[in-house]
Design a protein around this ligand. Structure first.
Ligand code: PLP
Length: 280
């Protein structure tokens, strides 16, 4: 089941061609996107997602995404969804057609959540650390690298996942060249140490996660300490729990890292999932 809405307020057939072959989003990955979780007809963290779409577009020097049109497209997809109670809603915004009049392309697409993600939510997953080839200051020093923008250029992220698979794992934890933890290719890393949640800072050139933020909000209210600070790879092995969070996967525990079994964090997972769900 899929539902496609365009920015002019119309629905379109996702099985028919909609994008021009010269679209810069297609031929250069030149554009931005968001993926939002919809549960029981309600989009989670819609404003933070739209704010992040704005920030990503600004980093790419694109025109600001038209918020009212995107909100209308979101409503249209949700209103026409007849599939499962949870689905993924993708917002895409590209620089438009090469040599065209500069009008961006945008759409909202509702999609079912894959069985693999649903299984990982329950069972957890194995991950490997992979060097992202950046250092801690690169994002500030080289803004043209668009570190921390949710751009459509995710080929590197997808290649990293294939490398993980070659190494017998399902996921990746990117690190800086000097061993500081960054994020997953499509997720935020969260570590649990006692009654403290820790995630690496976005100034390292990673995406500030809406799911991580929602969890930290709930956790802080429930008396946890929440820290946004650098994490060294070695610390992952000493933690009571290592989790990957994203809108669609929610909070997933890492059970094995670089072939080493991590402590059983299933009770912690339930606690964090309950905290996260208490936000909605
Ligand atoms: N980091 C990256 C690189 C991502 O692509 C994503 C989401 O897909 C996240 C983190 C998690 O963000 P969110 O929780 O807002 O989905």
């Amino acid at each position: 089941m899929r539902v496609l809405a365009l920015l002019d307020g119309t629905l379109a057939d996702p099985d028919s061609p909609q994008i021009r072959v010269e679209d810069l989003g297609l031929i250069r990955g030149d554009g931005v996107f968001e993926t939002i979780l919809v549960v029981d007809g309600k989009p989670r963290e819609l404003t933070p997602h739209l704010d992040r779409l704005d920030r990503s577009a600004a980093m790419l020097d694109m025109q600001p995404p038209p918020r009212a049109e995107f909100e209308r497209a979101v409503e249209l997809v949700i209103g026409n969804w007849t599939g499962g109670e949870e689905f993924a809603l993708k917002l895409v915004y590209t620089r438009g057609v090469e040599g065209g009049d500069g009008t961006p392309t945008g759409f909202a697409l509702g999609m079912e959540i894959g069985a693999k993600v649903l299984k990982q939510r329950v069972e957890g997953l194995s991950a490997v650390t992979l060097d992202r080839g950046i250092d801690a200051d690169l994002a500030d020093r080289a803004p043209w690298l668009l570190l921390g923008a949710k751009s459509l250029s995710y080929a590197v992220n997808m290649a990293a996942l294939r490398e993980a698979e070659r190494r017998g794992a399902a996921e990746v934890v990117f690190t800086t060249s000097d061993g500081s933890v960054l994020e997953g290719p499509t997720s935020t890393l969260i570590l649990v140490r006692g009654k403290t949640l820790v995630t690496p800072p976005s100034k390292l050139g990673i995406l500030p996660g809406t799911t991580q933020y929602a969890l930290f909000r709930a956790a802080e209210r429930a008396g946890w300490t929440v820290l946004v600070e650098p994490i060294q790879t070695g610390e992952l092995y000493d933690a009571e729990g290592v989790f990957l969070a994203s809108s669609v996967r929610k909070i997933t525990r890492v059970t094995v890292l670089d072939g080493k079994q991590l402590p059983d964090s299933s009770a912690l997972l339930t606690e964090l999932q309950d905290l996260y769900e208490s936000e909605y």
